[in-house]
Design a protein around this ligand. Structure first.
Ligand code: TLP
Length: 348
């Protein structure tokens, strides 16, 4: 039985044409800046996002850590969401490796941080306080269900950052999903940001990698930060070759994943004991909850779907009744139907 993996878009395999491009990629030593495929990817990514320069990094996590450590020094503070991947799922790297103190704010249901809360969180010049250096946003906001953040809101945060001499970083792991859902050109979505990291390896199907973009001066420093983290790579053009296909081709088809997520969510909403807020299904990710009085728990549902149907579904830390489903290139409408009938049967 073929596996249907809805746990994350990180599980998406590279396309056959990616494997072929990888095999044939021109390469060089990237620590010398001599890998033509890496250089091409970095420039194309920067151009697409409307920034001067780009840096290929090993993962979304590394992109965020490099950005935070480049923008901030030890003892500085960054403002971000309690629900941000950078706060919740990166081992506290900015604090552990960079001595950066997170100042966390609650995210609102639309994925934004309240503007007045951001303003209040910015420290004054006082010897008791750390210095605020950075604001971080996440687009799409993952832990609240892949919610896209608009350009208008991002511009407002950018204005607050500029007025206060701060930098704005966007964790855009799924930035192209946001751009697709909002029908906004991706460069407009991040125009206010000083740095943006986006992932090639999630819905864009590349096997490895993210790109961090920003000004030439920022990327120059980010190079140093990546190196001290052990992230200098050699003939990494093999990876960038897949990244170029991700960027040129896979960014254009994400509406298909969003449509599949909608069909999946609509089907789930009709299954007794399962609840999903359809108004929050905006991109390729959503949650549903298993009712307390359901015949089985979410854990049992997960285990049975895996054992009996080879269907893998996600969870949500701290919420045992919650299931996360994520669509991607390999989740076709036929697989959505197969997943729905499996869930229906197990729940009946
Ligand atoms: N998210 C993963 C898990 O780590 C939770 C997932 O399956 O969703 N920013 C955001 C918003 C992310 O969702 C992720 C990965 C990252 C950064 C980190 O990317 P990687 O896994 O490439 O380090």
């Amino acid at each position: 039985m073929e596996t249907i993996d809805l746990r994350s878009d990180t599980v998406s395999w590279p396309l056959p044409e990616m494997r072929e491009a990888m095999a044939n990629a021109p390469v060089g030593d990237d620590v010398y800046g001599e890998d033509p495929t890496i250089n091409q990817l970095q420039q194309e990514a920067a151009d697409m996002l409307g920034k001067e320069a780009g840096l290929f990094v090993s993962s979304g996590t590394q992109g965020n850590i490099v950005a935070a450590l480049t923008h901030c020094g030890r003892g500085d503070e960054m403002i971000l969401a309690r629900e941000a991947h950078m706060f919740r799922y990166e081992q506290g790297a900015s604090a552990a490796l960079g001595g950066i103190q997170p100042n966390i704010l609650d995210v609102q249901p639309d994925g934004t941080l309240r503007l007045d809360a951001i303003k209040r969180a910015i420290r004054g010049d006082d010897q008791h306080f750390p210095r605020t250096k950075l604001i971080c946003l996440e687009n799409t906001q993952g832990t609240i269900g892949g919610i896209p953040i608009t350009a208008e809101y991002t511009n407002e945060v950018g204005a607050i950052a500029r007025e206060n001499g701060l930098k704005l970083h966007i964790d855009g792991a799924r930035l192209f999903n946001a751009a697709t859902a909002l029908d906004t050109p991706v460069n407009e979505l991040v125009a206010a940001a000083d740095s943006v990291s986006f992932c090639l390896s999630k819905g864009l199907c590349a096997p490895v990698g993210s790109v961090l973009v920003g000004s030439k001066a920022f990327i120059h420093e980010a190079h140093r930060t990546r190196k001290i983290l052990g992230g200098g790579m050699r003939q990494a053009g093999i990876l960038a070759a897949a990244g170029l296909i991700a960027l040129r081709k896979m960014t254009k088809r994400l509406h298909e994943d969003h449509a599949n997520a909608c069909s999946l969510a609509e089907g789930i909403a009709e299954i007794p004991h399962l609840s999903v807020d359809l108004s929050r299904v905006k991109t390729n990710m959503f949650f549903f909850d298993v009712a307390d009085n359901a015949p089985i728990t979410a854990d049992e549902l997960r285990a049975r779907l895996k054992a009996e149907y080879n269907l893998l579904i996600g969870g949500f830390y701290g919420m045992p009744n919650r299931v996360r489903l994520v669509t991607h290139y390999w989740i076709t409408p036929e697989k959505v139907d197969a997943a729905l009938s499996a869930i229906r049967e197990v729940m009946s």
